[in-house]
Design a protein around this ligand. Structure first.
Ligand SMILES: [Zn+2]
Length: 310
């Protein structure tokens, strides 16, 4: 960069009437009802289709913006070993990773932040599905361990928003190790007596579903989210049976007891605030005495105010 590219070139472009940059995607096609939605209406509606209520996929930072109060802070994450296996398919994994990092402007598929939710302190971790399908490798494991440690340190609840295709294949066994690792991380939060809340967004599958994402004290999902371990087609081919309508969708899972709540995006912030408030209130109350006071059993005292019949 020098003065030519920074100052002179833009001036020349303006002088010669170079076409002004027009945002490309003014209209979005809703995957639910296939109607075109204007981008401003979509943003105003938190990326939920105003026509049919379809919850579109959103990025990690956007999700934190929608859920945490203004002024939340992103946490710097420790560096994880990149490409531990020197993996290569059609391309080097290292190259794919660098490309994803440049595109997303973050090191890996999870953003960790701390802030408040309607005034309740919380640590939050959100998956970025556009970053290699939100897949869980060492970087994601590191992010979740950091989030859990921070929650314990700050004596704050941990809220995790998932959106993931599962384990990151390019990291082989290292990615599978993140399953027990993240489970241990959430256990630290629980052992500290802090609430751990999971919000499953579309889609949450594979190794993420099979580890920490199903261990929340409260399991929430967004409407219509796909949640499962293996894909429906694989299951159908294995069991050779037609799967029921709505299989692996949030509403079906709620009906079958896998989830506690299905919450619309617009109601997520007040719902989380209410839950955290309730859980923390229960936590602050003094523990009931474990053994009943012996006196009450030994000598029944005369009732202080006897009824009319004594
Ligand atoms: Zn729609």
């Amino acid at each position: 960069m020098n003065w030519i590219s920074e100052w002179a070139l833009p001036k020349i472009k303006t002088l010669f009437g170079a076409p002004r940059e027009v945002p490309e995607n003014l209209w979005h096609k809703c995957p639910g009802c296939e109607q075109m939605v204007f981008h401003r209406d979509l943003e105003r509606n938190l990326h939920v289709c105003p026509q049919c209520g379809h919850h579109m996929r959103i990025g990690a930072r956007q999700r934190l913006d929608y859920t945490l109060d203004e002024g939340w802070q992103r946490i710097e994450l420790p560096k994880a070993p990149a490409d531990p296996l020197r993996f290569r398919d059609q391309r080097r994994y290292g190259d794919r990773l660098r490309e994803a990092q440049a595109k997303a402007g973050q090191e890996d598929a999870v953003v960790v932040a701390h802030g408040t939710i309607e005034g309740n302190r919380a640590v939050a971790a959100a998956f970025e599905f556009s970053f290699m399908g939100g897949s869980m490798g060492a970087g994601v494991g590191e992010a979740l361990v950091t989030a859990a440690r921070l929650a314990v340190l700050q004596d704050a609840p941990l809220v995790v928003f998932t959106a993931s295709g599962g384990a990151r294949m390019q990291e082989g066994a290292v990615s599978l190790m993140q399953m027990p690792r993240t489970v241990i991380a959430t256990r630290m939060v629980k052992e500290a007596g802090l609430p751990f809340i999971v919000v499953l967004a579309d889609p949450t599958t594979g190794g993420v579903t099979a580890s920490f994402a199903m261990l929340g004290d409260i399991q929430i999902a967004e409407p219509g989210a796909l949640i499962g371990f293996a894909g429906a087609r694989v299951i159908e081919q294995t069991v050779r049976e037609k799967l029921p309508e709505g299989f692996q969708r949030a509403e079906y899972l709620l009906e079958h007891g896998i989830l506690d709540m299905v919450v619309k995006r617009g109601e997520m912030r007040p719902t989380l605030a209410r839950l955290i408030g309730l859980l923390r209130q229960a936590e602050r109350q003094p523990e009931p005495a474990r053994t009943p006071p012996p006196l009450a059993l030994a000598a029944p005292a005369e009732p202080e105010s006897a009824g009319p019949l004594g």
